[in-house]
Design a protein around this ligand. Structure first.
Ligand SMILES: C[S@@+](CC[C@H](N)C(=O)[O-])C[C@H]1O[C@@H](n2cnc3c(N)ncnc32)[C@H](O)[C@@H]1O
Length: 296
């Protein structure tokens, strides 16, 4: 009887608003139940080794000495057996690692980079991916974000991780309005980790689903399109743009990028994960990645 009653009240049964359930169901007819259920599972705590300071395996050994077990994930990551306060994990102040979800850790290796490239991280705060890019390459990088307070955290993170340099600058500005901030020099690579509904990370922010309204999705999707369109002309011929969101909604992922391709038919799509559903083999957050290349 309880089951039947709950089936009539999907909001209560799934602990998500009706519009959210309908959107996930339509997008993922085979996986919607798993996706909604995963939002109420505790998320893993994952670290990313700062390879400028310590390799992932060496970090794992140091954690082990301190009695913390962790398993490798991706190329630079470790998933802790149990979440802990950051101060209780060796090497925080020393900048050996950052807390970062396994799906978010994929960005840095997807973007083809070389030392000395001119790179724009267009929606950078709090700097998780900015730092990862800089851990692997010495770049001439601009980290842009429209939120001044959040941008300060990028600076804090880069300092702690030892990644500050004269080649790295932070800029508070609107990525959709390059006329306000662009110096006219094209970028070799752009990371557009655009603002989104955060529908892929609800297990980390259980209130998100109740705070969002149905029309937020259309609004964020429109902002993402404006940002992507504004950034595309800033890319040098042969340059790469990595579009990323922590959303599982196709309106912010695959449909968004298909519409972009219609507006910019010259853009070439290169292999990238596309939608990553929450959970999965890496136990990562829900995410979306598309890699676009401007013809040389
Ligand atoms: C998904 S978060 C970025 C996370 C970051 N890349 C990381 O890995 O730590 C999106 C960011 O976009 C910023 N943002 C929102 N609208 C923007 C705009 N019009 N121009 C630039 N940044 C914007 C937000 O302040 C937020 O910090």
């Amino acid at each position: 009887a309880l089951h039947t009653a709950l089936a009539k009240q999907p909001e209560a049964a799934w602990n998500h608003p009706d519009w959210w359930i309908a959107t996930v169901r339509e997008a993922w007819p085979d996986d919607w139940q798993t996706i909604l259920a995963s939002a109420d599972q505790p998320p893993p705590m994952a670290l990313r080794a700062n390879v400028r300071r310590i390799g992932r395996d060496a970090l794992r050994a140091r954690l082990g000495e301190a009695g913390l077990d962790a398993r490798p994930v991706g190329e630079d990551g470790l998933i802790l057996d149990a979440p802990r306060p950051v101060r209780d994990i060796p090497g925080y102040a020393e900048g050996w690692w950052s807390v970062q979800d396994p799906s978010a850790q994929r960005a840095a290796r997807l973007l083809p980079l070389q030392d000395d490239m001119r790179v724009l991280d267009a929606c950078a705060a709090p700097g998780g991916k900015t730092a990862h890019l800089l851990e692997h390459h010495r770049l001439r990088l601009t980290a842009l974000d429209s939120d001044a307070q959040r941008l300060e955290r990028v600076g804090d993170n880069l300092r702690r991780l030892g990644l500050e340099s004269a080649d790295v600058s932070l800029r508070c500005a609107d990525a959709a309005r390059p006329a306000d901030w662009w110096d006219g020099q094209p970028y070799d690579a752009i990371l557009a980790d655009v603002p989104c509904t955060a529908s892929g990370v609800v297990r980390r922010h259980p209130d998100i689903r109740w705070l969002r309204r149905a029309d937020d999705l259309a609004r964020t999707a429109a902002l993402q399109a404006r940002i992507a369109d504004a950034l595309w002309p800033l890319l040098t011929p042969g340059g790469h743009l990595l579009y990323a969101t922590c959303s599982i909604f196709p309106q912010e992922g695959e449909s968004q990028v298909r519409a972009f391709m219609d507006r910019h038919p010259e853009a070439q799509r290169l292999p990238a994960p596309g939608h990553i559903l929450p959970g999965g083999p890496d136990d990562g957050d829900g995410f979306y990645y598309a890699l676009l290349r401007k013809p040389a």
